[in-house]
Ligand binder design. Structure first.
Ligand SMILES: NC(=O)c1ccc[n+]([C@@H]2O[C@H](COP(=O)([O-])OP(=O)(O)OC[C@H]3O[C@@H](n4cnc5c(N)ncnc54)[C@H](OP(=O)(O)O)[C@@H]3O)[C@@H](O)[C@H]2O)c1
Length: 214
């Protein structure tokens, strides 16, 4: 059992919280207004705890960033002390919206949010994963007709090993996990978001992942 904190109580955060808690982990869902979140997420209580973002980062061992990517850099940099020595699993996408509200462009072209987070949080092991699929696939990869891919990017080999274990708890088979290398490889997987709005406009929110086929 690991003490896992999840920042952001939206679709991604609550979905991950439910599955990781069911897998036996102690989960704290961190949000800007924990009381409102607890009242909303009645299906998750009492199995998981609710706290503000700073308390969540301070009191847990692995922290997942499931907050809006375009503002994540400042939000997480402010938690530098709380995140020191921990693994930060970044599943966010840092994009600017198009007129229809879907992701339009990258906030960090020529770089990535994950690289910038690692630079701002030198005492934290940043691992990028799961940002290349709709949220429901993150916790139910076996439901797709074609086996999906979960990419991993990060400088710390031990940290990536730990995150691989968590992916297993979410239902990911080892052969579906592709370790691309160090944190600079997140530049490639963050850019994959550019295909997502086009798929959504054609097919709606039907579950999919941007995967490798061999
Ligand atoms: N939706 C997907 O299918 C999907 C797939 C892959 C990656 N992602 C990425 O995962 C992250 C979360 O996505 P999501 O779909 O769960 O988003 P969402 O439903 O909009 O939830 C994001 C949550 O972040 C929290 N938050 C903290 N600071 C915020 C701020 N300044 N402005 C707005 N919200 C703030 C909010 O929770 P509180 O109000 O409770 O604090 C909010 O519920 C995003 O970076 C997204 O790009 C999403």
């Amino acid at each position: 059992m690991t003490n896992i904190g999840i920042l952001g109580a939206g679709r991604v955060g609550t979905n991950l919280a439910g599955k990781l808690s069911a897998a036996g982990h102690h989960v704290t869902l961190g949000s800007r207004n924990p009381e409102d979140t607890a009242a909303r997420a009645t299906g998750l209580a009492p199995r998981i705890a609710f706290a503000d973002e700073r308390t969540t980062a301070r009191t847990t061992d692995i922290v997942i960033n499931a907050t809006p990517g375009d503002s994540s850099l400042d939000r997480l940099t402010a938690l530098r002390a709380e995140l020191a020595g921990k693994i930060l699993v970044d599943v966010s996408n840092a994009t600017r919206d198009s007129a229809d509200g879907l992701p339009g462009d990258l906030c960090h072209p020529g770089s990535s949010l994950a690289e910038k987070l690692q630079a701002r949080l030198p005492d934290t092991h940043v691992v990028k994963t799961l940002n290349t699929m709709l949220f429901m696939v993150m916790t139910a990869p076996e439901t797709l007709a074609t086996p999906p891919t979960a990419y991993l990017s990060g400088d710390g080999e031990d940290a990536k090993k730990t995150v691989t274990g968590l992916l297993g708890d979410l239902g990911w088979q080892p052969e579906w996990i592709e370790d691309l290398g160090d944190i600079t490889t997140a530049r490639a997987t963050e850019a994959m978001i550019l295909i997502v709005p086009h798929i959504l406009r054609r097919h709606g929110f039907t579950p999919f992942a941007v995967s490798l086929a061999r």
